[in-house]
Design a protein around this ligand. Structure first.
Ligand code: ZN
Length: 482
């Protein structure tokens, strides 16, 4: 029956067409993924420091140098006559956490890890590469030029002194990291030999931890920047009329809380409360808050979120206040105690955004890569993360932070040859009342120079105004030339 036969054929044709399209579709998917992998994923794949494939690069490429912004070599590989290679760090422990280490046995850290892929690639002129192949010589890998400044790093290192803690300096307008110090530190030249001792960590010092990005601390009074912001957001017009009479302590519900050293600040407005770091006034402010709104503000400021810093290992800051919290908890949280924990890097990034009229630039440390002959290979441009604060908010916060220096707890920075802005903190920790970490976070401005922002955290040092602010001053003084 011809009619049926025709139908059979069209069914066959249709099946055939469906199968064909399926194969074509599958093929396109595979090609698509292959292309994607080749151009997008392969870099991530190769850059995984536990990946075997990048190790094969090191059989044909001599690992490139890591160089500071001012042209100094921070890490380089020397090959002996017998072919044995040694990674050398001319500045020893000065850059231990940020430059990191590169070892056969224990992997890599810091820039050595983040830029591993760049260091193990070579963009030398193709004739040189061809000659290298012919003579069975390794090609020289690309150099990674960083945003780090050796002199500033040294000042930051000295400013932290013998304390454990963290210091970092960045440029608010670009996000360039100029210096980053974490103590205790280690010597990357001998890390393989020292590994057992460093990791054994008998003093619980967590030597390998980069305290700038991985150390979680109670923010203490530096958190008043955020409490002040929340007060302005909840009272956008009337916050300027705020008045409070500080008698040295405040009692509400289960909680009692006092000002530093039991001092009574008397009549204060918001600016004076901030400049004098008046705990009782800020506790009073906190008690007026809508806790859920406060939590939203903190969420918008990257609490509980991964910090937008390319490749760097960071830990999340935490803010745990919720509606229905006890008065004592609310008061503690408003002054940066309680359950709130922050990394110094996070605090620095918020301050940099305030200095930059609200826009947070993503911090970065690799400026560009080049061949050993100086040919630029890849340049990294500043990238904006987004607007964290409104302009009018940053204007108000800048005013408060200026007053801290002019007439408040940051007077160590007063009268310098630049305009300084900041907030001190003495963050209590542990069971002993009175044990505190010294904090300072701030930035400075001088015509003709880029602004810089600085964070200082000295574990167990005591008062932020007495210890951390002078340490920050050393950095500003050096940078702005006294
Ligand atoms: Zn007070």
């Amino acid at each position: 029956m011809p009619k049926n036969k025709k139908t059979d054929t069209s069914v066959n044709n249709r099946e055939f067409a469906v199968i064909t399209y399926c194969f074509i579709g599958l093929f396109l998917c595979m090609m698509g993924y292959f292309t994607y992998f080749q151009f997008v994923k392969s870099e991530d794949f190769i850059n995984n420091s536990y990946n075997m494939r990048q190790e094969t690069f090191s059989t044909t490429i001599l690992r490139g140098k890591i160089i500071s912004a001012d042209g100094e070599t921070l890490a380089q590989t020397q090959a002996a006559a017998d072919g044995k290679e040694t990674r050398i760090y001319p500045y020893g422990s000065l850059f231990s956490h940020i430059v990191g280490y590169s070892t056969e046995k224990y992997g890599r850290s810091g820039i050595e890890s983040w830029a591993n892929f760049n260091l193990l690639r070579s963009h030398v002129f193709f004739l040189e590469k061809a000659m290298d192949r012919l003579t069975d010589k390794k090609s020289i890998g690309d150099d990674v030029v960083t945003t780090l400044d050796v002199k500033l790093q040294r000042i930051a290192y000295e400013a932290l002194g013998s304390y454990q803690g963290a210091v970092a300096v960045l440029e608010p307008a670009t996000g360039k990291i100029l210096a980053m110090v974490s103590k205790p530190d280690f010597d990357p030249n001998t890390i393989s030999n020292d590994w057992e001792t460093v990791v054994a960590d008998e003093n619980k010092a967590s030597v390998l931890l980069n305290r700038v990005s991985q150390g979680l601390y109670p923010p203490g009074s530096t958190f008043k920047i955020i409490t002040a912001l929340e007060f302005m957001r909840e009272n956008p017009v009337s916050y300027t009329n705020y008045e409070y009479e500080c008698q040295g302590s405040i009692q509400k519900g289960e909680g009692t809380l006092g000002c530093f050293g039991g001092r009574a600040h008397g009549a204060v407005d918001l600016t004076r409360s901030f400049a004098e770091s008046c705990n009782t006034s800020f506790a009073n402010i906190g008690l007026s808050f809508d806790e859920d709104h406060f939590a939203d503000t903190c969420k918008g400021l990257l609490f509980g979120a991964a910090l937008p810093v390319e490749k760097m290992e960071t830990v999340k800051s935490s803010f745990a206040l919720h509606s229905g919290a006890l008065d004592s908890e609310v008061m503690e949280t408003a002054i940066g105690q309680g359950k709130t924990l922050m990394t110094p890097l996070h605090m620095l990034m918020l301050t940099a955004a305030i200095a930059n009229d609200g826009t947070l630039m993503k911090p970065y440390v690799v400026d560009y890569t080049k061949t050993h002959e100086g040919q630029k290979v890849k340049e990294y441009e500043p990238v904006a993360y987004g607007q964290l604060f409104e302009k009018k908010e940053t204007e108000a916060l800048q005013g408060f932070m200026k007053e801290v220096v002019e007439n408040g707890t940051g007077s160590a920075l007063k009268g310098a040859g630049y305009e300084a802005y900041g907030k001190t903190g003495s963050a209590e920790y542990g069971a002993n009342k009175g044990d505190s970490h010294a904090w300072f976070v701030g930035y400075a401005h001088k015509a003709g120079k880029e602004d810089i922002a600085v964070v200082v955290l000295m574990e167990g040092a005591g008062s932020g105004g007495t210890y951390a602010a002078p340490a920050a001053k050393r950095i500003f003084d050096f940078y702005y030339g006294g």
